[in-house]
Design a protein around this ligand. Structure first.
Ligand SMILES: Cc1cc2nc3c(=O)[nH]c(=O)nc-3n(C[C@H](O)[C@H](O)[C@H](O)COP(=O)(O)OP(=O)(O)OC[C@H]3O[C@@H](n4cnc5c(N)ncnc54)[C@H](O)[C@@H]3O)c2cc1C
Length: 199
């Protein structure tokens, strides 16, 4: 369906994203892309806005430097949908996961877990929702302009075979080796080990 696009198209601006969006997949990429879609410009680039958003101040007279958070409203209505049941974002990184979870919450993103994707048509994304035990709790149509897919990443490794056939020794590392998880550390380790092992 023409309303569907990959996260890469959405974040690189290859396609315009409408005002109502369903993000499929609530892993690391799903959270990043959702945050991206709720703002025009990142508040991390604007100190005053960032302070308002998180309720902090540099005013010396304010106890604890804490104020009431006043997040800028989201510029889009975003749904985050995942197949897995249970709370979204459990697997995010220890030190920054809470920030991502808090950000999508403060932007009013509706998070739907336990979804089975029935179909996508002009009316939107049709889903069947399940509770933690896997029992069906109802059907919904998310009326959206676009569906952004942040799931099922696949490795790009189309250079491997032609290079191997041409007699070039190749080493497959990082995302090309395994795209199913976000792990830049593994990519760096693999690259370093390959480099260290070269004659
Ligand atoms: C939105 C998002 C958020 C992420 N957040 C995190 C995170 O918080 N923590 C974490 O650990 N990981 C995160 N990741 C994953 C992390 O980015 C990857 O694990 C890591 O970049 C993999 O490194 P790589 O060098 O294997 O591949 P890449 O960084 O993808 O580099 C591959 C490079 O090869 C180039 N290339 C491809 N084909 C060709 C070709 N034919 N010729 C020449 N060049 C080519 C590409 O343009 C690219 O520059 C995130 C990924 C995304 C998309």
């Amino acid at each position: 369906h023409p309303m569907v696009m990959s996260y890469a198209d959405a974040v690189l601006g290859h396609r315009e994203v409408g005002k109502r969006v369903a993000v499929i997949g609530a892993g690391g990429i799903g959270f990043d892309v959702t945050e991206f879609l709720t703002v025009d410009d990142s508040p991390t680039l604007n100190l005053k806005e960032w302070e308002q958003e998180w309720g902090v101040t540099d005013d010396l007279d304010t106890p604890g430097f804490l104020t009431r958070p006043r997040p800028t409203p989201a510029v889009r209505e975003v749904y985050m949908v995942q197949r897995k049941t249970g709370k979204q974002g459990k697997g995010l990184g220890k030190t920054t996961g809470w920030v991502h979870r808090a950000t999508v919450k403060m932007k009013g993103v509706e998070q739907i877990s336990g979804a089975v994707y029935d179909r996508i048509d002009d009316a939107g994304l049709h889903i069947t929702v399940h509770d933690k035990e896997g029992n069906e709790t109802g059907k919904r149509i998310l009326e959206v302009d676009n569906v952004v897919v942040c799931a099922g990443q696949e490795s790009v490794r189309d250079l491997v075979d032609p290079l191997t056939e041409a007699g070039v020794i190749t080493h497959v590392i990082g995302g090309a080796d395994l795209a199913s998880e976000l792990d830049a550390k593994r990519a760096i380790r693999q690259g370093t080990e390959v480099a260290a092992g070269l004659p």
